[in-house]
Design a protein around this ligand. Sequence first.
Ligand code: SF4
Ligand code: SF4
Ligand code: SF4
Length: 324
Amino acid sequence: MTISRRDFLKGALAGGTLLAAGAPAEARENKVMPGEALGLLYDSTLCIGCKACVSACKEVNDMPPEFSTEDHLWDTPLDISGKTLNVIKVYQDGTAENKDSEKDGFAFMKVSCLHCADPSCVSACPVSAMTKDSVTGIVGYDKDVCIGCRYCVAACPFGVPRFQYDKAIPQISKCQLCRQRIPEGKYAACAQVCPTGATLYGKVKDLHAEAQRRVAMKPGEYATFPRGNINTHDQSPHTARAAKYIPHIYGEKEVGGTQMLKLAAVPFDKLGMPTLPDQSFASKSETLQHTLYGGLIAPLAFLGVLSFVAKRNVRNDDDADEKK
Ligand code: SF4
Ligand code: SF4
Ligand code: SF4
């Protein structure tokens, strides 16, 4: 079947115009985490701010110390960075006398990757250096694939990935849930060393059930809290009085859910956690991208027409040369 240049032009332009001006692409659903996904439960009310988790994270991930004091004696990171994957931040109000009190109180918050169910860092990465494991759901990073574009840095709603600006060959740094320790039968170092079970490791479904149990507790009653790995019970539980939890499991719904869940007695926005919608940013941005790529059919079709005409002209010139 042959097609005339006029028919090709008409069809291509009509198709491109329709797609460019057509109905917006339908938003895709949030992706869900694997059934056996692994994660962390951080309970701000159990955290005593000892920062053993910060040190352990540095040690097992071979990260250098970071100094925020003049004497350079202690590793004192103030935030996650190219040298620090995990920090404990402090909220303070007024006299800061009462733990887990919004007024005249203080509270802790762990900051590290939340391992989103539908991660925007993975969606934004053009070369799949950021990937989500289909079994564990861990969001990992491959330095050998990364091209340093920093799209993941811009895309993460929690500001987690950090670029190592001070390195000759910079990489992105972010918590990878200590995935390198799993083949050795070990788990997240931050959870393993936490003395109170404030950071707890395990299957997200079990961590979620534990979070629901805590939120339902009567404030002030004595209760036991698992430590280490909730699935292997490798450590004896911690006993403490139940806090007056805010009835919100952070990460249960935020941007489609995360594999790190958080509990607190002070509102999460006060603790530095952003207020986010249930729809994942990845589903929104991919819908927009598909709409834009759909619109690109018009310029692509035009490019096709130009190359078709150019080839025809070249061939005509060649034909003319041969006839000479
Ligand atoms: S090790 Fe546990 S108690 Fe200590 S700062 Fe980290 S989360 Fe809090
Ligand atoms: S918290 Fe940020 S870096 Fe971590 S998985 Fe989610 S989008 Fe990616
Ligand atoms: S899971 Fe591992 S890498 Fe992530 S914050 Fe804990 S110790 Fe650091």
